[in-house]
Design a protein around this ligand. Structure first.
Ligand code: ACO
Length: 324
């Protein structure tokens, strides 16, 4: 008998304001055509001035709890993956805990930039299989619009705001590849590549929150190679292969990266959940958003084998194989 961390519910929240590519044509030297062809992005959502990351996170959490059919009091732990917290501290996770009216358990943030949700899922899985938590609310929530340089056409067109969440629950299982729940995880980082993607400010350096800087081309090359490798490794750890995959639910950074990774995994695009056209890159929120939208669209069904993979600043990357 094995313990598996099974997804019981999923939900998301997108801020009301939709920003089409045309909005950027008036601000920087770019075109809708360039953005669509090079990235696949058509629009993204930006949070309202009075909307913070915790506001997005709470709404996604409420949607996931509703989908799971459980009250917030049924949760033992909350992990929020974010690089754009409301404050330096307290954590967004404890703010969510307070807003949900939870007075037991524990909550903390996890920062692995765009790989944050994959890292959070892997850590929630570890808490569950080691018996430290029975139910974990795992949230990815970001307001990247707050750290964009709206004069840098190479980055400002790429990102959006949003949040997604899943409820993971401990379940007894046979210990086979047919089990529902998380079957394997694979995490990596390589700090030598920090200059490729970073924010040029922080508490102990500039005392400001800074702006996002990226060498897009170099990140692109790392992404295609590392994402396919980590997905293969996680499938291998689970005793499965690309042929067993029902859905790749990738980090939504760029349609060309998503397509190239699927090609390397020999999985056809019909088996890839794509939301980048509507959301842009929402960093740690992109995978739970895609899981939630994929379920809403009727793509993801109970029993489906899913591979998620993501890469972001650090560089940090990884993947999770789970049966829905
Ligand atoms: N509009 C018009 N032209 C542009 C724009 C724009 N918005 N942005 C860049 N260009 C220009 C460049 O200036 C360059 O012009 P030049 O040849 O005259 O110098 C030209 O387009 C080509 O630039 P490249 O950077 O080589 O373009 P590329 O095809 O690589 O696309 C992009 C750029 C979309 C950023 C791509 O490299 C990419 O998606 N990279 C990966 C980003 C990513 O995946 N990040 C994930 C992690 S994010 C995180 O962790 C927070």
């Amino acid at each position: 008998m094995t313990i598996r961390a099974v997804v019981r519910g999923v939900g998301h929240y997108l801020p009301e304001r939709v920003v089409p590519n045309a909005w950027f044509e008036e601000r920087v030297d770019t075109t809708d055509e360039w953005i669509v062809t090079r990235t696949g992005i058509e629009r993204r959502h930006f949070a309202a001035e009075n909307e913070a990351t915790s506001d997005l996170a709470v709404k996604a959490a409420e949607a996931a709890l509703k989908d799971a059919g459980i009250g917030a009091e049924g949760v033992d732990a909350i992990i929020v993956a974010t690089s754009t917290p409301d404050f330096t501290f307290p954590s967004v996770a404890t703010m969510v805990q307070g807003r949900l009216g939870l007075t037991h358990g524990f909550a903390f943030d996890m920062q692995a930039v765009c790989a944050g949700f994959v890292y959070a899922l892997a850590n929630a899985n570890a808490l569950i299989v080691s018996g430290q938590a029975g139910r974990v609310l795992v949230i990815g929530a970001e307001t990247f619009s707050r750290i964009l340089d709206f004069e840098d056409r190479g980055t400002c067109v790429l990102f959006g705001d949003g949040a997604g969440a899943v409820v993971l629950e401990a379940d007894k299982a046979a210990g086979t590849t047919s089990d529902r729940g998380i079957l394997a995880t694979d995490l990596h980082s390589d700090g030598r590549h920090r200059e490729l993607l970073y924010v040029d400010g922080g508490v102990s350096t500039t005392g400001t929150s800074g702006r996002l800087r990226m060498q897009g081309n170099a990140v692109f090359r790392h992404a295609v190679e590392k994402l396919a490798n980590t997905a293969h490794t996680a499938l291998d750890k689970a005793g499965l292969s690309g042929a067993d995959v029902d859905w790749i639910v990738p980090h939504q950074a760029n349609l060309r990266i998503i397509t190239a990774t699927a090609q390397r995994m020999q999985v056809p695009m019909e088996k890839v959940v794509v939301t980048v056209q509507d959301h842009g890159n929402t960093s740690a929120a992109s995978i739970p958003l895609a899981l939630s939208v994929g379920k809403e669209r009727g793509q993801i069904k109970t029993g489906d084998l899913i591979v998620t993979e993501a890469i972001g600043g650090g560089l940090a990357w990884g993947s999770v194989v789970l049966r829905w």
